[in-house]
Design a protein around this ligand. Structure first.
Ligand code: NAD
Length: 469
């Protein structure tokens, strides 16, 4: 459904009226297209505190009107260091171009991590060296640094580093003009390259106010950067329409052979999507007890990327919710994800170097009236991701992350009554709904071969929704 308010505010009378009455002023977002693959302008690299982060992967070119500003604040150790954050960004924020990016780099907050001390110990492989597929088994979500104990004044560093989160979330809410602000916590610059590339590109147009942890390398550079998933197989559950179809399309664009799984009732649509992408369709109800075994049988050569996207809502307040409405949502959205993940890992179908991306929701973070079943299922996805990520990486070389969409323009959200829909659309820093492709691009970044150091993360694709912020 077209966002008429967004079109109206792009006109001169629309701009005048919205300014006059203090109404939201969404800026049209510039998304990735083959004609427009990069931001229009240079990247300004700034530093606060004494940093040892290797940022040679960043091509920084000072410009009067940068499209992006990256502030390396990994060396910020105390409140004085935070004054350097202010001093660095205060003079330049106004000059960041419309639709631009601010990315702050912070140190990992791991209790055992010596904050702001530069790269993690251990071997690191430069991105372009192309190491063998598969992740280092010693690395996981909780391995953002060495296990040194905190020093006497490390609570000062912890306070200063945590302060960066309040800083970026506040800046995200005030910066406007389609600009986004995110924080990447890392001690390993080269391992963060795929994440920085994503955040500093039009692909991340609807990702703002996020804190993303990146562990240590090694990571795998694709042979062909334009088709990073070439030679890989991806399975997208619920891929026949909506967000799932956009994910299938984006992974196919990136070179993957895509298997579009959906219920038998949606087989014709699944075939249409798969046919368009040169992929294959798999008609299967993901809640079937043997779904994992049937997927494994359909993929004798294995699977590289597993996208748990299928999801349903059966809304009703708890007082009116019968057990079958509860269990059908929990079964599709959570139990089947647990079952198929376990089955495909146990069968060895998911190959080393593989990726699992599950779909949560901001309803699983903020909660939503009438959605106790849905909110529980989506919060369960977050629990699954955080607990499984270190183990899946250590035992199988597979990363596990989640995307948590906010208000995304789909048939589901088009069915919401007008005033609630309008509120849903505007209650975020970008003052508009996201598109399925925004979730798809985020998924593609997590599925990227060079994203092996991104593990156990829950990334909201919500334009910095005010809900659960
Ligand atoms: P959608 O209803 O348009 O598509 C869901 C797809 O999943 C459908 O093709 C459906 O047939 C399939 N599916 C449902 N049950 C299945 C089963 N048992 N086995 C196999 N396939 C099954 O939904 P959408 O809006 O595209 O949402 C996709 C995912 O994103 C869901 O997990 C949803 O909860 C999540 N999400 C969506 C939004 C949003 O604003 N649209 C917000 C947050 C989260």
């Amino acid at each position: 459904m077209a966002d008429r308010y967004l079109s109206f505010t792009g006109t001169a009378p629309g701009r005048f009226l919205t300014r006059r009455f203090g109404l939201p002023q969404p800026a049209p977002l510039r998304r990735w297209s083959p004609e427009h693959p990069e931001l229009d302008g240079g990247t300004l690299l700034l530093t606060a505190g004494k940093s040892e982060l290797d940022l040679s992967c960043l091509r920084a070119d000072a410009s009067d009107r940068p499209a992006a500003v990256v502030l390396d604040a990994t060396g910020v150790r105390d409140v004085d260091g935070l004054a350097e954050v202010h001093a660095a960004l205060h003079p330049v924020v106004r000059s960041v171009a419309a639709g631009g990016r601010v990315v702050v780099l912070g140190a990992p907050l791991d209790a055992g991590t010596p904050l702001g001390t530069g790269s993690s110990p251990g071997a690191r492989t430069p991105l372009d060296a192309g190491p063998p597929r598969g992740a280092d088994s010693s690395l996981g979500a909780g391995s953002l640094g060495a296990g040194a104990s905190l020093g006497a004044r490390d609570h000062h560093r912890a306070a200063a580093q945590q302060a960066l989160e309040g800083f970026i979330r506040s800046l995200g809410k005030e910066i406007g003009r389609g600009r986004t602000v995110n924080l990447v916590r890392t001690a390993d610059g080269p391992a963060a390259e795929s994440t920085l590339r994503f955040l500093l590109s039009p692909r991340s147009a609807y990702v703002s106010g996020q804190v993303i942890g990146v562990g240590a390398g090694p990571v795998t550079a694709p042979a062909d950067p334009a088709r990073p998933l070439a030679g890989r197989t991806a399975l997208v559950t619920g891929g026949a329409r909506g967000i799932g179809a956009a994910v299938a399309e984006t992974l196919a664009r990136d070179g993957a052979h895509v298997v579009v799984l959906d219920v038998p009732g949606a087989e014709a649509d699944a075939r249409r999507v798969a046919g368009r992408l040169g992929g294959t369709a798999l008609a299967l109800d993901i809640t079937a007890a043997d779904a994992g075994a049937r997927i494994a049988a359909a993929l004798p050569d294995g699977l590289d990327v597993l996208i748990h996207n299928a999801g349903v809502t059966r809304d009703r307040r708890l007082v009116n919710m019968p057990a079958d409405r509860w269990s059908s949502v929990l079964d599709v959205n959570l139990a089947s994800v647990l079952r198929t993940t376990d089955a495909l890992l146990a069968a060895g179908t998911l190959k080393a170097g593989g990726r699992i991306v599950a779909t949560a929701s901001i309803a699983g973070i903020a909660g939503n009236a009438g959605q106790t079943n849905y909110g529980a299922s989506k919060a369960g996805i977050i629990g699954l991701v955080r607990a499984l990520a270190p183990r899946a990486l250590a035992e199988h070389g597979v990363t596990v992350n989640a995307v948590a969409p906010g208000f995304i323009e789909t048939k589901m959200t088009a069915a919401i009554p007008l005033f609630i829909r309008e509120a849903g659309r505007r209650m975020n820093s970008l003052a508009q709904g996201g598109l399925p492709v925004d979730v798809a691009e985020t998924t593609a970044w997590l599925a990227h071969p060079a994203s092996g150091a991104v593990n156990g993360q829950v990334v909201r694709v919500c334009g910095q929704s005010l809900l659960g912020a």
